[in-house]
Write a protein that binds this ligand. Sequence first.
Ligand code: HEC
Ligand code: HEC
Ligand code: HEC
Ligand code: HEC
Ligand code: HEC
Length: 216
Amino acid sequence: MAPLFRPRANALAFVILVGILALLVAISVFAYVVYRSPYQTDAGYAPEQPVPFSHHTHAGGLGLDCQYCHTGVETSDFAGIPPTRTCMTCHSQEWTNAEMLAPVRDSLARQEPLAWNRVHNLPDFTYFSHRAHVNNGVGCESCHGRVDEMRMTVQRKPLTMEWCLECHRDPGPHLRPENEITTMGYSAEEDTPGHEWISHYGIHPDRLMECSTCHR
Ligand code: HEC
Ligand code: HEC
Ligand code: HEC
Ligand code: HEC
Ligand code: HEC
């Protein structure tokens, strides 16, 4: 019986096979690069907002502490977005007729919250807690960047699993004192070694790498 493929056909089949393999590798490399890029991870994402609220003005210029508005950070999983009456503490006197504040006055009059668009958003199958970080020496800046310089709020960090794990693997060098948690542009005056922060806050780094810490 004659062979199914002649030698020439075998060589051709081999070349085609190698070609397909090379193409598959190229596609997965491309997919991986896109997957890791800021585009895919949402770093740089800054949605439109109903009011052009600026952290640059309020946290930077006026020097308001983050917790003046984000009251949940120490006690809850959520930092929280301030209600309209927090704005009105000042804006019933400041810029009272400004057109750009019309939605704020409207929200107060109708007793309906402003419809802010979320900037940061983890998938539902992950668990995150502000309290766990803010009370253990992790500053807002480590995860949100220089918010005091933002005219529009923007996501600065990728918030991928790999990014979370980079710190969870060895959190010590990322930690700071209790009274510097909301400080922007923090730089350590004295060089406290990482392991001293770990014992200072009583952190158990082994637990931080377990899947069930973030997927429960
Ligand atoms: C005067 C009140 C006020 C102060 C002070 C303030 N914020 Fe905000 N923050 C807001 C409002 C309102 C929003 C929702 C609109 C927006 O995203 O810009 C917001 C949104 C954010 C978001 C994005 C939330 C999301 O949707 O993912 C982050 C992060 C944030 N603030 C961090 C900070 C940090 C850090 C500080 C301190 C340096 C701070 N804020 C100070 C009012 C405030
Ligand atoms: C502690 C007082 C205070 C609070 C609280 C406050 N503001 Fe302001 N806001 C000001 C002052 C003062 C200015 C004017 C700043 C200037 O002239 O540079 C201002 C300016 C603004 C402007 C004009 C654009 C800009 O940023 O320069 C907007 C919009 C605004 N505020 C929205 C809000 C909203 C929304 C809230 C509530 C989440 C809020 N403000 C809470 C004091 C406050
Ligand atoms: C360890 C990282 C980390 C630190 C530290 C951190 N945040 Fe966040 N923050 C996040 C992540 C992640 C989200 C999105 C959470 C989600 O989608 O469930 C978020 C969401 C927010 C939001 C949106 C509303 C909410 O509660 O989800 C605000 C406002 C905010 N952070 C403010 C702050 C402020 C202010 C501080 C410091 C006092 C701070 N964050 C510290 C990671 C962090
Ligand atoms: C800059 C460092 C840093 C980053 C970034 C960070 N974490 Fe953490 N995380 C910590 C520290 C420190 C603790 C406190 C550990 C403790 O309580 O012993 C912690 C605790 C936690 C806890 C609570 C663990 C428990 O059971 O008490 C969860 C959940 C968590 N992190 C999820 C996340 C997720 C999800 C991300 C990414 C979106 C993230 N973290 C990013 C440093 C970080
Ligand atoms: C420190 C928190 C943290 C720990 C620990 C962690 N994850 Fe994740 N994981 C995340 C976050 C945050 C995302 C969402 C990433 C995104 O949206 O890009 C994620 C996403 C995933 C996904 C979806 C695919 C992907 O890569 O986006 C899988 C599957 C997953 N994790 C499995 C695991 C397993 C298995 C473990 C244990 C070996 C683990 N995770 C430990 C935070 C964590």
